[in-house]
Write a protein that binds this ligand. Structure first.
Ligand code: HEM
Length: 675
């Protein structure tokens, strides 16, 4: 560890740090549900209180005065201190709480980053945070190694509330701020005496009092009631929708980008005989979904009918809140890059096994070829069985169930026709195969796979993963093969239709594979630079999951429009991929847009893997697997598109894929496939 890092580690916590740690709910990986405005005011209050403790400002009930404009060195505090210093008029605490509330999100982000840097918090994909044992506490307490920073603060705060000790001034302020957020009742069992004591403590400190009053006044003011400000959601006239060129080519991201440009980031579409649907599109709403969606949106509702088809309820994509986070944590090893990196030999063997069935001179339908290629790998790696004979039935049935129950464009009876009933049997057959090979004796000595994790959770936590969910969870590889396989179709098409890029991917592949099979460590960013940037551009231009669906469970205002409780929203998270203020010249395939210093792909405008709590759990694993597939194809084969003048068109329902017309012609084999 560098001296600088060591130095950061032992920095004392600021009041914004302590407030965030108090509010973090380790079970859900996010904050206690504090209404947005209260949280923003409390964070603004924490900043002012910290500035006051650092003797930069002084405040009483009437005024707030600057004592010393010298920077504190804390990036969460200094910009706000400067604003106070630059203000010509003298204002009171209420004014500054209201003014800084709008910047609370930045303060929270900086505070979270700092707590992660100090290894007090751990950040998880999907913007979840958990507490780590706090080593810095060693400087403060001898038993620190066993506790977390949050436990340490909570112990202090509970001592202040539940004993008659005179609390430390910092603790008084923390108590005022947490009380403002109205979440003590979730942290401690409060009796009447404790509530009185909290009230008493909150009156002890002048800063805490003035901030709490400012917060109360702000909550009561009209700015605290956002729905009063909301505007009507514009509706897209049907003819504008139908005349859009992207509606005809099935290009959903470009269609929604156009509509957002014309009607704003929140708009409605009403098809004849259907209720109006509300869409969100653009980088600003993506940001809202990612950051705030967890307070207002749920995934459970829209997924319920679909999972019911499999007899399941509460599987990973449909869970919300604490159980969702718990299941994500428990399943993340199965979806990690490390899991796949440890099984690369098996992956290489499976890719070659599939490619060995290709005949030079033959032409294959792109979609089924790629789905089968991915299924060969995924079903073997994830659930330890071969399902190549079942994949067509599995995919047809699952796609129909998605169209009926998620997209809702087909009537329910279409899932119960004799043909569909026959196909549904593939699900039970697959489940039976997985169960047969997952007895303890047969798995002894085998590397752990996804089925081991799911079955293990069913035993250790049968409420979280009940047996009734296994039919869904153990056959979900069928859906992964669809999304991932269609992504592979797009990527192969993009590679073979751009000879210069094809050549560069081939050079990288040859460098890695020419001297035998590489190991997991070899797939570094430097060794796969072109392939990696190429795949990023494929994900931008051809996102297979263009949109997600959620239900509003707490009313909210997004970009000035109210989303009422009970409404359903369609989040077109990939529309921003085609907005030229996010990605200039968005229709040109340009792998150089991922070169530094460009950073659009690190913004909320780039969302091929979704947003918020349900962000794809397999991002890094998928990227490694996709890289291996593209490189091995480029290394061993020469493929061309058929027909040679094929122009890419999309079939967007239920997910984005190339039309059936796209075929791949195996034009040549560059080298023998090793046995
Ligand atoms: C390039 C291919 C892939 C793309 C574009 C993709 C995209 C996505 C998207 C957009 C979501 C969020 C859906 C929503 O919000 O409703 C998602 C969820 C998920 N993905 Fe992926 N995915 C890909 C490959 C994979 C692979 C290979 C795996 C497994 C190794 C995987 C595992 C998951 C899981 C488990 C979830 C559910 C997470 C949750 O609900 O908390 N994905 N994916």
């Amino acid at each position: 560890m560098t001296a600088a890092a060591e130095c950061t580690k032992i920095q004392p916590l600021s009041l914004p740090d302590e407030l965030i740690l108090m509010l973090l709910n380790d079970q859900t990986g996010y904050f206690h549900q504090v209404p947005g405005w209260r949280l923003q005011c409390a964070v603004a209050g924490a900043v002012l209180a910290e500035l006051s403790l650092l003797s930069r400002i002084d405040t009483d009930m009437e005024s707030l005065v600057l004592l010393d404009p010298t920077e504190t060195g804390d990036p969460a505090l200094d910009p706000l201190l400067k604003e106070i210093a630059d203000e010509p008029d003298q204002r009171n605490a209420r004014y500054w709480v209201e003014r800084f509330a709008g910047q609370a999100e930045t303060v929270i982000d900086l505070t979270l980053d700092r707590l992660v840097d100090q290894e007090i918090l751990e950040h998880h994909a999907g913007d979840f945070w958990t507490l780590t044992p706090a080593h810095w506490l060693a400087h403060q307490r001898s038993d620190a190694e066993k506790s977390t920073a949050s436990q340490f603060i909570r112990t202090r705060i509970s001592e202040a509330i539940f004993t008659d000790m005179i609390p430390d001034p910092r603790d008084v302020i923390v108590i005022c701020l947490v009380n403002t957020c109205d979440v003590f009742r979730f942290m401690f069992e409060l009796n009447e005496h404790a509530e009185e004591r909290i009230g008493l403590i909150c009156r002890m400190d002048l800063i805490g009092r003035s901030i709490a009053e400012a917060v109360e006044q702000n909550i009561a003011s009209p700015t605290g009631r956002p729905s009063a400000l909301s505007r009507r959601i514009p509706r897209v006239p049907l003819h504008r929708l139908l005349l859009n060129p992207h509606a005809r080519t099935g290009h959903l991201p470009a269609l929604f980008a156009d509509l957002a440009k014309e009607y704003g980031p929140v708009f409605q579409i009403k098809l004849p005989t259907a209720k109006p649907k509300t869409f969100l599109a653009g980088a600003s709403v993506n940001r809202w979904v990612h950051k705030s969606g967890r307070m207002h949106l749920r995934a459970g509702g829209y997924f319920a009918d679909f999972e019911n088809v499999f007899g399941a309820s509460g599987v990973l994509p449909s869970l919300d809140g604490g159980d969702h986070f718990r299941l994500r944590k428990a399943m993340s090893p199965a979806y990690s890059r490390e899991r796949l990196a440890g099984q690369l030999d098996q992956l290489f063997r499976l890719v070659r096994k599939f490619m060995a069935t290709w005949t030079v001179g033959e032409t294959y339908q792109a979609r089924s070829l790629c789905r089968a290629m991915v299924n060969e790998q995924i079903s073997s790696l994830h659930v330890g069985v071969d399902t190549q004979d079942l994949i067509d039935d599995l995919v047809t049935y699952k796609e129909r169930a998605l169209s009926v129950h998620i997209i809702k464009i087909m009537p329910e009876f279409t899932l119960k026709t004799p043909g569909m009933r026959r196909r549904a049997k593939a699900i039970d057959e697959m489940l039976e195969r997985v169960r047969r090979v997952h007895t303890p004796a047969q798995r002894a000595g085998c590397p752990r796979n996804l089925a081991d994790d799911v079955l293990g959770l069913n035993v250790s936590d049968p409420q979280l993963v009940p047996e009734s969910n296994l039919r869904f969870a153990l056959t979900a590889t069928g859906l992964t093969s669809v999304y991932f396989g269609d992504m592979l179709s797009f990527a192969i098409y993009a590679m073979i239709s751009q000879p210069e890029i094809h050549e560069r991917i081939r050079s990288e592949a040859d460098a890695l594979f020419d001297n035998g099979d590489p190991d997991g460590e070899a797939f570094t960013l430097a060794a796969t630079d072109v392939t990696h940037r190429f795949l990023q551009e494929c994900l931008r231009m051809y996102p297979v999951i263009a949109m997600s669906v959620r239900d509003v469970v707490n009313s909210c205002v997004v970009e000035g429009h109210e989303l009422p409780v009970g409404s359903r929203v369609y989040i077109a998270q990939t529309a921003s991929h085609y907005m030229d203020d996010v990605f200039p010249d968005p229709f040109s395939f340009d792998i150089d847009r991922y070169l530094p210093p460009q950073s659009a792909h690190r913004s909320f405008g780039f969302a091929p893997y979704g947003l918020g709590t349900h962000t794809c759990l397999g991002i890094r694993q998928a990227l490694l697997q996709m890289t291996v597939n593209m490189m091995m194809i480029a290394h061993y084969f020469t493929i061309s598109a058929s027909p040679s003048d094929y122009e890419l068109r999309f079939n967007p329902i239920p997910s984005m894929k190339p039309t059936k017309k796209l075929k791949f012609h195996i034009a040549g084999q560059r080298r023998e496939l090793p046995a």
